[in-house]
Structure formats: C-alpha cells, structure tokens
Design a protein around this ligand. Structure first.
Ligand code: MEV
Length: 307
C-alpha cells in the first residue's frame, strides 16, 4: 500500500484563501506501508521504520499525538472495524518537512494498509476525507490540496471546498525538483501568512488574488500544451510568494541558479521558508540545470516529467 509525493506548480498559500492552485503527483517518490499478521489478541501496531518505533493503536484512549496512530484509528472508526491483529510498517522515501507532502503521503499509505488489514475496500473519497482530517490536526488550516493530489494521484486544478477537477496535461513538462535541505513546517508558514493577512488585509489580499490569476492562466496554458508561457508565470508566482514572506534566501538562490543555468522558469513549491523549489526546463537542459542546482547548495535534486 503506498502513496506518492506531490509538488505544487502554482498557487500555494493563496489556495488557503479560496484561490485556485495546481498540483501534480510525483510518482517516483513514495511512502509505503506493509502489513504482517500478528499473534491473535495482540491488536494493531504501527511501526515507523525510520524512527524505530512500534506503537499500539488503541481505539479507547484519546491521549494520542501521533499522526500514524490517529490515521489508523480514524480509518477503523470510519469503517466500523475492530483493530486487526497486525503490524503495519511504514517507510517513506519522501523527505519530511520539505514541501513534498510527506505527511499526507504517509497518512494515505497507512489508511490504505489499515483498510486492507480489515479486508474493506476503502474508496478514494473516503481516504481523501480521512487524510484531510489528519492534515487539519497537524497543519492548522490546510486547503486540502496536498491530500487530494496524493490520494487521487492525478494532476489537479484545486479550489478549496469545490469538487475535484482533474487537470489534463496538454504537453509533457520537464521539471527539476531541488531541495534546500532546510526543513520547514507548512503549519508555521501558513500561520505566518494568516497573521500577515490579518494585520494588512488591504496589502495582502491583492497579492493573493494575483496568485490566483496566475494559477488560472497557468491552467489554460497547461491544458493547451503551451509550456513556454509557464516559465514567466512561475517567476511571477515566486515573486508574489516572496511578498507573502514564505521564500527564503536558499530558495531565492536556487531559483536564480536555475534561471542562470537556462531554466524556463522556477519557483518555490509548497509551504516555502525552505524545502523544495522547482525549475521548468527544456528536456535537453534538465541534467545541466540539476547539476547546477547541486553545485549551488541543493542537498538533493532530481528530474521529473509531468505527463
Ligand atoms: C502546502 O503544500 C500548500 C499550502 O498552500 C498549504 C495548503 O494549501 O494547505 C502552503
């Protein structure tokens, strides 16, 4: 049972305020949950492979502060099933706190594994709802874009509280994803933008609307396969995110590096303040841009194709 990472192409942060955003799954990076049977009467345990921790899933106790356990409990309650005698082991290849949706991907993988362990087919809609509930506990006021793109594993044009709109990619896009190596919690960045918005609504609201406009224009360009117009939109989106104070010197530096190395556009992706940036490249330039980003301080960089 598994789930992919994600990147946001356009519209992060503004999406929390009802503007559209575009996100795509990164299927080569995944979180995984495997199930093995346990002796009768031992109940359900979750093992986080990286953390060397095995925790019981107790349906009675409310004193839980662990996203994996809460996910498992929420699934069992939603499916009206008792804990199975099983151990679910979670492994993730998605760097944490880096804007790639590792939390939502791990929750999705666990939700799927728990449903399988109790032999119930869980729908995408149910999974999405459950993962969103967990996101709300750990991410403050999430828009729901991360869980949606990860659970459905499809490019989405997302507007909060509206039916999911899958996005058809008119022509393939080559992206380099590069990690600043600076961990950053989405919850903090989202909370800081909220404070800024409340302190100066007349300055911040137009920035949010402008980001929404960019996402709308990007949607049309993506549908039409007009990839060359996306680069300038990414740069504009990055500049607006700077104004929302969610960029960081490391992100700006990698964006500049990518542009100097010949990218068509670049921006931070996700919550910002660290984590990952993305650069749109002509396929034959991608390797060169990736190497430039690694030389300029990215701790990880890889090429992905959005199709
Ligand atoms: C995080 O991947 C995207 C944000 O817009 C937060 C959210 O939409 O929940 C920063």
């Amino acid at each position: 049972m598994n789930a992919p990472a994600k990147i946001i192409l356009f519209g992060e942060h503004a999406v929390v305020y009802g503007q559209p955003a575009i996100a795509v799954p990164v299927s080569s990076l995944r979180a995984e949950a495997t199930i093995r049977p346990a002796p009768v009467g031992t109940g359900l345990h979750i093992e986080a492979a990286d953390l060397n921790e095995v925790l019981p899933v107790d349906l009675e106790s409310d004193l839980v502060d662990n996203a994996l356990i809460l996910t498992a409990r929420t699934v069992l309650k939603a499916l009206n099933a008792p804990p199975p005698d099983a151990i679910i082991t979670v492994t993730s290849h998605i760097p944490m706190a880096s804007g790639l949706g590792s939390g939502a991907a791990v929750s999705t993988a666990v939700a799927r594994a728990v449903a399988k362990a109790v032999h119930v087919d869980i729908t995408l809609e149910q999974t999405n709802q459950i993962v969103y509930e967990i996101e709300k506990i750990y991410h403050g006021t999430p828009s729901g874009i991360d869980n949606t793109v990860i659970v459905y594993e499809q490019p989405v044009y997302f507007i909060r509280e509206q039916p999911i709109e899958k996005l058809t990619i008119g022509a393939p896009m080559t992206l380099v994803i590069a990690d600043t190596g600076e961990a950053s919690l989405t919850r903090i960045a989202v909370g800081d933008v909220r404070k800024l918005y409340e302190a100066e609504p007349e300055r911040i609201q137009p920035i949010i609307m402008e980001i929404g406009d960019i996402a709308r224009r990007a949607k049309t360009a993506i549908l039409n396969g007009n990839i060359s117009s996306l680069g300038p939109l990414m740069l504009k989106n990055h500049a607006l995110l700077q104004k929302l104070t969610v960029s960081a010197p490391s992100l700006d530096h990698l964006v500049d590096t990518a542009m100097e190395a010949g990218a068509q556009g670049a921006k931070l992706s996700g919550g910002g303040r660290g984590g990952n940036m993305i650069a749109l490249c002509a396929p034959h330039r991608a390797e060169h841009i990736k190497e430039a980003l690694l030389r300029s301080g990215a701790v990880r960089a890889f090429i992905t194709k959005v199709t």
